[in-house]
Each structure stands twice: as structure tokens, then as C-alpha cells.
Design a protein around this ligand. Structure first.
Ligand SMILES: Cc1cc2nc3c(=O)[nH]c(=O)nc-3n(C[C@H](O)[C@H](O)[C@H](O)COP(=O)(O)OP(=O)(O)OC[C@H]3O[C@@H](n4cnc5c(N)ncnc54)[C@H](O)[C@@H]3O)c2cc1C
Length: 432
């Protein structure tokens, strides 16, 4: 078997997936040198991920950051679907599952901006890991040929200075507009589709508790469809912060989307609030997509998280799915580092993670957004099987547990492909 041990890894992108990967790889023994390159001057503060499912929680625990996340974040208990008039259709009560606390893997809310700041702080404590902001990857000089023994990137640093970086492996964690993906697969080769309806995501200080609203609600309506999720809990309900993400009409410019926010809030939120009755802390328009690359590995170059696959954010499967890639890569590299797997395990990574996206993330997230705007709210309990199950689970705790732990299906144990000790079973690549 060729020696698959790693002495260096470049991670492109210091978003949550790249930083978490660096933190986990810093614990490998022997530890490879890890360089993170990011085009931006600093961390991204846009209102994006807030909710993390159990596969992400398990990895946060492994990375040693769960305690801080649970201390500063919170665990939502009640999640429901409503009609625009506020009528509750069905929902879950997560408190019945007792999956909280440091031992539990329960759904946790923590702003992605805070997560990145926490990860960067932890990464900086490790030796052998460097984070280089203002370093934009522009081209790939080697690494795609199956015979290459390393990968090289051309990088534009501060002041436009160009430098070449080389490592055993390059991992593109550079987000939905990934340069690494384009260099691997060509400019437009990202199979899937984009929704024609844009969404607007806001973080808003508003009192929705006075309407009896729960931690998270998905409001089903052909025009004013939205999600309102408490993302910051405060003793004074007027100071609670909510992620309010809503769908908009196709064909509007970003400026038009931003201008319409006050009108949308007044029409869709309970109590029809005027601007003085809430405070928008930040807001951003997004185009949403369902896309997945055909290969997450070519030679010495790999893709993970948004760089490899995208889904709409309703249901919180985007970064949770990306974090699952990170955990998978970690296990593959760990096997290589321990000498119990060769680099063929990275092809398994590509096969399994793509299958997860196609079989679970894509269909579930697609159903989530379709339900919000294409389903008749008056007929949803008759026509939508998932809503029927959620309704049934209101009085069937076992079913509730089963439905709410469905995210665990995203976790795959790559150690089953490690080569066993002599006499202990088949060689790793026989299974791949
Ligand atoms: C409104 C909204 C709500 C969401 N809510 C959730 C949620 O609740 N739960 C969930 O799981 N997911 C959610 N998501 C999805 C989640 O935010 C993303 O999946 C996640 O942020 C992607 O992380 P990433 O590390 O893959 O990429 P990014 O966070 O996009 O980071 C990519 C990094 O790469 C850098 N980069 C880009 N190009 C280059 C280059 N050429 N050279 C060097 N660096 C480069 C960028 O500067 C950036 O720092 C949501 C998304 C949206 C839009």
C-alpha cells in the first residue's frame, strides 16, 4: 500500500466548515501542517445558520466546543406549523425527548457568526494551524491529475501579491460560489436547480410571545410564507431576537427586496407591526438552490459543505449537512494518518456524502420549502404525509422521537472501512 500519511493540508475558506475541519485535524497524530486561506478580510457576519441538528452537535462535542455553544446558545423546545392567521396546524414538543444538556444531542440554536468566532479562537490556540485572511485562491496549478502527489494553488495575498501554496491535499470549503469547485469542474458545472423565489433573512428584535408563538413556526401561505424562530431568548420578551425568513416574489432586485421588508412584516406578522414596533438588527436577501457536484474528490483536491452541495435553509440542513462532510473527512484523514486506510477512502467519502445529499438532504429540504408556499394550508393535513406524521406524533412519543432523530441518518461510520489488525478481518480497500 502507498504511504497515505499526510504532512500538510490546505483548507480554502475560513467559514464554519473550514474552521471546524482545521480544529479537528489539529488533533491528528502525527499532526499535519494546516493552512486556512480566506479571501475575505475577516469573518462573515451575514444572518445565516442558526439551528444545528444532532450530527453537528456530536461533532461540536468531539471538537470540545459544545459546552460554550450550549452555554451561550439555547435549545428550542416547541416547533410548529401555522396558517397565516396564526392557527396552529401541528407541531413538536422537544422537551419530551430529554435530549438536552451536555450529554444530549438535541437541536441547538447558536448564531453562525458566534460559531465562527469561537472556532477561530480555538484554532488559533493550536500549534501548526495558520489562518490567513485576505488570501484569495485564484488558480489551481496541480493536484487534479491522478498521479499528482500534492496540490498547488496560486493565491492573491494583501496588496495583490501572488504566492503559490502546496500541500498533500487541498480541501475547498469556500462556500456556494466556490472557486475550488469551478477549478475542479468548470465554471458552470454544479448540477441541480435554483428556486425562482428569493428569500429574505432577518434578525429582528420583536415581541412575538404575546401572540403565544412557539420557539419556531413555519407559516404556510401561497404569498406570505415564512419562518419565525426565536434565536435569542431574553427575560423581557420585547427583547427576544427572532430569525424571520420569508419568501418573496420572483424577479425583484436586491434593492426592491430590502425596500419591501417593512411592508412584508406589516402584512405577514401577527399584530401587523409598524416599523417602530420592532428593530431589524440585520437583513439580507438570498437566492436559494438545490445543487450537488458530481465528484467531491478529484486527485488531491476535495470539496466539503456548501462548496460541494447547497440546499434551501428551511429545516436547517445546510450547514448541518456540511458539518457531516467535515466529520466524514476527519475520519478518512484519521484512518490515513494511523496507517489503517489508504487514500482510496477519499473516494468512499465522495460516494457516501453525495448519496446522503441525494437521498436525504435534497428531498427533505425541497419538501420543506415546497410545503411553505405550494401547499394549501387548509388541506395540508389531508395531503402532506409528513404533516400527518407530525400530527400523530403529538400524542405518540415514540413516533415523535423517531421523527426528530431522523437527522442521525446523515452520520456514517467510516471506520468500518479501516483495515483491521492482522487476522482481524478484510483489508480496507476490499470493502470500498
Ligand atoms: C438565511 C440562511 C439561513 C440558514 N440557516 C441555517 C441553519 O439554521 N442551519 C444550517 O445548518 N444551515 C443553515 N444555512 C446554511 C449555512 O449558513 C451554510 O451552509 C454555511 O454557512 C456554509 O458554510 P461553509 O463554511 O461551507 O461556507 P461559507 O460560510 O460560505 O464560507 C466560505 C468561506 O470561503 C471564503 N472564500 C470564498 N471564495 C474564496 C477564494 N477564492 N479563496 C479563499 N477563500 C474564499 C469566503 O470568504 C468564506 O469565508 C442557512 C443559510 C442561509 C442563507
Amino acid at each position: 500500500m502507498a504511504n497515505s500519511q499526510l504532512s500538510s493540508i490546505i483548507i480554502v475558506g475560513a467559514g464554519p466548515s473550514g474552521l471546524l475541519l482545521a480544529l479537528l485535524l489539529a488533533d491528528l497524530s502525527p499532526r499535519p501542517d494546516i493552512t486556512i486561506l480566506d479571501a475575505a478580510p475577516t469573518l462573515n457576519e451575514a444572518p445565516r445558520a442558526t439551528h444545528y441538528g444532532s450530527p453537528a452537535i456530536q461533532l461540536f462535542r468531539k471538537a470540545g466546543i459544545l459546552e460554550e455553544i450550549r452555554r451561550d446558545g439555547y435549545m428550542p423546545e416547541k416547533i410548529c406549523w401555522r396558517k397565516l392567521n396564526g392557527e396552529r396546524i401541528c407541531g413538536y414538543d422537544r422537551s419530551l425527548l430529554h435530549d438536552g444538556g451536555l450529554e444530549g444531542d438535541g437541536l441547538t440554536v447558536y448564531w453562525v457568526g458566534r460559531l465562527c468566532a469561537l472556532l477561530e479562537r480555538e484554532v488559533k490556540k493550536r500549534t501548526g494551524v495558520s489562518v490567513k485572511w485576505d488570501h484569495k485562491v485564484t488558480s489551481l496549478q496541480s493536484g487534479l491529475d491522478p498521479h499528482d502527489t500534492s496540490g498547488s494553488l496560486e493565491v492573491e495575498g494583501p496588496g495583490g501579491k501572488t504566492t503559490t501554496y502546496t500541500a498533500d491535499y487541498i480541501v475547498g470549503c469556500d462556500g456556494g460560489n466556490s472557486t475550488v469547485r469551478r477549478l475542479m469542474h468548470g465554471q458552470r458545472n454544479f448540477p441541480g436547480f435554483s428556486w425562482d423565489v428569493p428569500i429574505v433573512a432577518t434578525n429582528t428584535m420583536i415581541d412575538l410571545d404575546r401572540f403565544g408563538w412557539e420557539d419556531t413556526q413555519f407559516v404556510i401561505d401561497p404569498v406570505h410564507w415564512f419562518m419565525a424562530a426565536r434565536i435569542g431568548a431574553h427575560e423581557d420578551p420585547k427583547q427576544n431576537i427572532w430569525r424571520i425568513s420569508y419568501g418573496e416574489k420572483a424577479g425583484l432586485s436586491n434593492e426592491e427586496l430590502m425596500e419591501r421588508q417593512e411592508m412584508k412584516f406589516e402584512q405577514m406578522l401577527p399584530g401587523h407591526p409598524k416599523p417602530g414596533e420592532y428593530r431589524v438588527l440585520n437583513k439580507s436577501p438570498y437566492r436559494v438552490h438545490q445543487r450537488c457536484v458530481e465528484r467531491m474528490r478529484v486527485g488531491r483536491v476535495l470539496l466539503a459543505a456548501d462548496a460541494a452541495h447547497l440546499c434551501n435553509p428551511f429545516g436547517g440542513l445546510g450547514l448541518t449537512g456540511g458539518i457531516v462532510d467535515v466529520g466524514a473527512l476527519m475520519q478518512c484523514f484519521e484512518g490515513m494518518q494511523k496507517g489503517v486506510a489508504d487514500n482510496g477512502i477519499l473516494d468512499k467519502y465522495c460516494e457516501v456524502q453525495r448519496r446522503m445529499w441525494h437521498d436525504i438532504i435534497n428531498p427533505v429540504s425541497t419538501a420543506n420549502i415546497r410545503r411553505l408556499h405550494l401547499q394549501d394550508p387548509d388541506r395540508v393535513l389531508e395531503e402532506d404525509e409528513t404533516m400527518q406524521l407530525v400530527k400523530k406524533a403529538e400524542t405518540d412519543l415514540e413516533l415523535s422521537r423517531e421523527l426528530q432523530s431522523a437527522g442521525d441518518m446523515l452520520v456514517y461510520d467510516y471506520t468500518q472501512h479501516y483495515r483491521r489488525a492482522a487476522g482481524g478481518g478484510p483489508a480496507v480497500l476490499a470493502k470500498l
